[in-house]
Design a protein around this ligand. Structure first.
Ligand code: GLY
Length: 352
């Protein structure tokens, strides 16, 4: 997989123009969803480099991350005469960068694409690292390929268009990056006031956070080893997300990850000696900023069942990434059903 160039532009117009020119595209297309079409496209539509770009808009939200939407993008590209030398610019959150990246990677066996993420979640996670895809058969990101964007342009001015819940959602992935990297980054994240977010400071932390992810992805682009560190919080997190969806009380991905982090740090504490004071500080930050997810012990079996279906598992064993300390990553860890239930007890007793 090619190394991706991640740019924090001083002037988005100049950086975008350079990123486009470096690929010599014959035609340009810009992909937005209904939300970014209204909120983000106006900020860049006057750019000279986009004057001739064709525009494709798709529905907003994970429910549109489908084969039908993908086919619509392929159709629009074909209808407008896109060739193998054309380029797609994905302007949006993770759904747009994932689906757009997959559409570009498969159209005529692959055309170049750029990601311009507009949500915090997409800036620090989805748009970086080459995972592209769609949901299929009721399963999230079931179909897709690893393929990097030619460039990812991260302009945190777009965060001004984001509501506080989506800001918190993206911040959970940053917290995860703090936990898997070093004490200093974790401490600055834990001490940040998310309710009155200081955007210049957040911008610096986004750059640190992206660097954490880039370092890992560079080392293990296809997730055969170290990249599994990025799954911290996600085994329980995905189960909570799936339970919430099944019970028709959906939660944002980052909220489920934040709650999953509490359970998986508890497992890290009991199984790998993760320090209790850091567990408590992280758990307090999550309780204060994310609230809780209510469930009782009758739902433990269902949560466990969701964990057994996680696509990160091998040979039917639930796979966890745990920590011995901040930055001390232990991949391919296992826990018994009883240990997992104890972590769920801890969650309910401390923030439930
Ligand atoms: N979102 C986790 C990864 O990119 O590997």
């Amino acid at each position: 997989m090619n190394k991706q160039s991640v740019i924090f532009p001083e002037a988005l117009e100049t950086s975008l123009q350079q990123a486009i020119e470096s690929c010599y595209p014959d035609k340009l297309f810009i992909l937005t969803d209904q939300t970014t079409r209204h909120l983000c496209w106006p900020a860049i539509q006057s750019f000279a480099c986009l004057k001739t770009a064709g525009h494709i808009t798709i529905g907003a939200g994970d429910e549109y991350k489908t084969l039908d939407t993908l086919a619509h993008v392929w159709q629009e590209l074909g209808r407008a005469g896109a060739t193998r030398h054309s380029m797609l610019i994905n302007l949006g959150g993770g759904m747009v960068t994932d689906l757009g990246g997959f559409a570009a990677s498969t159209f005529k066996r692959g055309i170049a694409f750029l990601n311009v993420p507009t949500t915090l979640l997409a800036m620090v996670d989805a748009s970086v690292g080459g995972k592209t895809g769609i949901n299929f058969n009721g399963l999230k990101n079931e179909i897709g390929v690893f393929n990097t964007a030619s460039s990812v342009l991260i302009d945190t001015h777009f965060l001004q268009t984001l509501d506080s819940q989506n800001l918190c959602s993206g911040y959970a992935e940053m917290l995860k990056h703090g936990l898997i990297s070093n004490e200093r980054h974790w401490a600055e994240l834990i001490n940040f006031d998310l309710r009155q977010a200081d955007l210049p400071r957040l911008q610096q932390m986004v750059a640190t956070s992206v660097a954490v992810k880039e370092r890992i992805v560079e080392n293990d682009p296809l997730e055969q080893g170290l990249r599994k560190a990025l799954n911290l919080g996600h085994t329980v997190g995905h189960a909570i997300e799936s339970l919430a969806l099944a019970e028709q009380r959906p939660v944002l991905h980052g909220y489920a990850v934040a709650w999953g982090l509490i359970c998986e740090l508890y497992l890290s504490h009991t199984k790998a000696g993760f320090p209790i004071d850091r567990l408590r500080r992280t758990q307090q930050f999550i309780r204060d900023n994310y609230g809780t997810f209510l469930f009782d012990c009758k739902q433990y079996d269902r949560l466990y069942e969701f964990m057994t279906h996680d696509k990160k598992n091998t040979a039917g064993t639930i796979n966890f990434t745990l920590l011995g300390n901040i930055g001390d990553i232990r991949i391919n860890q296992h826990a018994t059903r009883e240990e997992i239930f104890e972590a769920l007890d801890f969650f309910r007793e401390t923030i439930g």
